[in-house]
Design a protein around this ligand. Structure first.
Ligand code: GSH
Length: 330
């Protein structure tokens, strides 16, 4: 764990002292958009046109943010157009590395040993955290974006004329509802588990854990009468929720102390988790070895022994029984 300061790597843990024990997530630094014709997106510069083989995605299979991009890439059938490198699950004094290990896919562009070398290849004096996912442009030799929420929007449409699989996961008619789900789920669930887990005071932990379960209770009700969160098809709101839910019982419940209930106590949320897991292409993006080993072995302050728990026994391939459900109005 660490960060770059003026292009130099420093091994430091998150600073929660400055903020009453609360974990605050840094904003992503690279915010350009890949678009069908290279026109500029909502932020950053233009000049990043969709082309097969031009862009490269760096991910960790452990990371819920990077996981979003892998799911969208699979649903849109972009595997051949956007190759992927996978870091080792163990994030220690050098941050993310390409150390050899099962499931690790080395960096064919920079032959980097460490993920921070990819950041300094884009910006030699970069200061900030070195996070995944990262979308790299081979042509311009720089990072397009390191913000997962934006990368999935790019993948949703940018390659449609180049043979991406049909499917719109951010449909115009439902954008307002999707944005509203995303906002609450980001704050209390996706980032909520981290706020609970990385808190260094009792107050900061409680400030995160109760709203987290408040949102899960609310979602449980919503999903009792609607197969997906918005409309009656899968949207990016579901993809973003899924990557936290699939890690919930294996990691967040124990390691991050999010334990008022287990996810398996929520029949609708658990059925919904199975439903999405069983969609073509999704199960292949879920790697419990990377997920469990990463969290339990990379956060020495939380789990000093590094022991990875054996459970839970979780059958995500069991029938989910949600096929016949419809949707709810926004
Ligand atoms: N806002 C970013 C967050 C990405 C993120 O925080 N990734 C974590 C892994 S789960 C990371 O790389 N952390 C390294 C660090 O904070 O030093 C996104 O959604 O893309």
């Amino acid at each position: 764990m660490g960060m770059l300061v003026d292009g130099q790597w420093h091994d430091v843990w998150y600073d929660t002292e400055a903020n009453k024990g609360k974990f605050e997530r840094e904003k992503s630094a690279f915010r350009n958009w890949l678009t069908a014709d290279g026109s500029p997106g909502p932020s950053g510069e233009g000049g990043f046109a969709a082309e097969a083989g031009r862009y490269h995605l760096y991910v960790s299979l452990a990371c819920p943010w990077a996981h979003r991009t892998l799911i969208m890439r699979a649903l849109k059938g972009l595997e051949a157009m956007i190759p992927v490198s996978v870091v080792h699950w163990h994030m220690a004094e050098n941050g993310w590395t390409f150390a050899e290990g099962p499931g690790v896919v080395p960096d064919p562009i920079h032959h980097a040993q460490y993920m921070h070398q990819v950041y300094t290849a884009a910006k030699p004096d970069y200061s900030g955290r070195v996070t995944v996912p990262v979308l790299w442009d081979r042509k311009r030799g720089t990072i397009v974006s390191n913000e997962s929420a934006e990368i999935i929007r790019m993948f949703n449409t940018a390659f449609d004329d180049l043979g991406a699989r049909p499917g719109d996961y951010y449909p115009e008619a439902h954008r307002e509802a999707i944005d509203a789900f995303n906002a609450r789920i980001y704050d209390t669930v996706n980032n909520g588990v981290y706020k609970a887990g990385f808190a260094t005071t009792q107050e900061a932990y409680e400030e995160a854990v109760y709203p987290l379960f408040g949102t899960l209770d609310w979602l449980e009700t919503r999903l009792s009468s609607s197969r997906y969160l918005v409309g009656n098809t899968l949207t990016e709101a579901d993809i973003r929720l899924f990557t936290t839910l699939v890690r919930f019982d294996p990691v967040y419940r124990g390691h991050f102390k999010c334990n008022l209930h287990s996810l398996a106590d929520y029949p609708n949320l658990f059925g919904y988790l199975r439903d999405i897991y069983q969609m073509p292409g999704v199960a292949e993006t879920v790697d419990f070895r990377h997920i469990k080993s990463h969290y339990y072995q990379s956060h020495g302050t939380i789990n000093p022994t590094g022991i990875v728990p054996a459970g839970p026994l979780m059958d995500l391939a069991a029938p989910h029984g949600r096929e016949g459900m419809g949707g709810l109005a926004d």
